[in-house]
Write a protein that binds this ligand. Structure first.
Ligand code: PEP
Ligand code: MN
Length: 279
């Protein structure tokens, strides 16, 4: 710990709640994978079995999807509109019942905290866009559930700690930070158009210096481009991340959302074998 940080702590400006016992994932590296979005029951259940057979630790799948352009995207006739929403949660619950895999899924609003979502979701994802939605964070602070807080693309280190503290101060210390890329990618975009964010790898050792909150790295949103996902996955684990959240899909180019960054199960398998060496 450096003197500057010690002084901030002494002054009560930093880390007021982090000395409480913090949550740790049951395994390191903890691997979360699955599609950006739940697309149908058949798709998510089949994929859950696939993830389980690879040794993935938790299945992700978005039921509520915060889309940048809300009205343009409605795919197929299965009711997908910014996600399958309640139906998506039901499909995730079926996937959980069949495989036993814990479920990671996003809650965008306090009105989405209900019996169905709480029965289904084991690790509640707070999306980047809600990183400083304080009424949501306050509410999640009163639950007994792991919260995976995705960093706002703009957020400074003290804003990350502040958002974590906001959940913990209400009594829920089961918080993990998910780094998922930050503003600063335009230098790539004319060659790699799907790249929207820049990987934020240095925040891993920076946060490790300040607290014991587990860190999950998301190489999918932080790169936006599947060919870069293996390299950034390895880099994140080598830099000290406690796990990864990787978007994977049976047919990545056909993904309803984020088709450029999803990886196949073969790529995921390779990444898992590679990062195991650092874990
Ligand atoms: C996601 O995980 O699919 C997602 C929408 O992530 P983010 O909130 O980081 O954009
Ligand atoms: Mn996504």
């Amino acid at each position: 710990m450096n003197q500057y940080i010690d002084q901030l702590k002494k002054d009560g400006k930093l880390n007021r709640v982090f000395n409480k016992t913090t949550y740790q994932f049951p395994k390191s590296p903890f691997i979360i994978s699955g599609p950006c979005s739940v697309e149908s029951e058949e798709m998510i259940v089949t994929w859950a079995h696939k993830m389980d057979s690879l040794g993935v630790d938790a299945l992700r799948g978005g039921a509520y999807k915060p889309c940048t352009y809300p009205i343009t995207k409605t795919v197929g006739d299965n009711g997908w509109k910014e996600g399958l929403r309640e139906a998506g949660l039901k499909h995730l619950l079926t996937a959980k019942e069949e495989t036993g895999l814990p479920i990671v899924s996003e809650i965008m609003d306090i009105r989405q905290i209900n019996t169905l979502s709480m029965d289904t979701i084991d690790i509640i994802q707070v999306g980047t866009r809600n990183f400083q939605n304080y009424s949501l964070l306050d509410e999640l602070g009163s639950l007994d559930k792991v919260v995976l807080l995705k960093r706002g693309t703009w957020a400074t280190v003290d804003e990350i700690l502040g958002a974590v503290e906001r959940i913990m101060v209400k009594g829920n210390n089961k918080v993990a930070i998910c780094l998922r890329g930050v503003v600063g990618a335009p230098s790539y975009r004319h060659v790699f158009p799907s790249i929207r964010w820049a990987p934020d790898l240095m925040m891993i050792p920076a946060l490790k210096e300040l607290c014991d909150i587990p860190i999950i790295y998301d190489p999918s949103h932080s790169t936006g481009y599947r060919n870069f996902v293996p390299a950034i996955s390895k880099a994140a684990i080598a830099a000290g991340a406690d796990g990864l959240a990787i978007e994977s899909h049976p047919n990545p180019v056909e993904s309803i959302s984020d088709p450029d960054q999803a990886v196949t199960w073969q790529t995921l398998k390779q990444i898992m074998e590679d990062v195991e060496k650092y874990g």
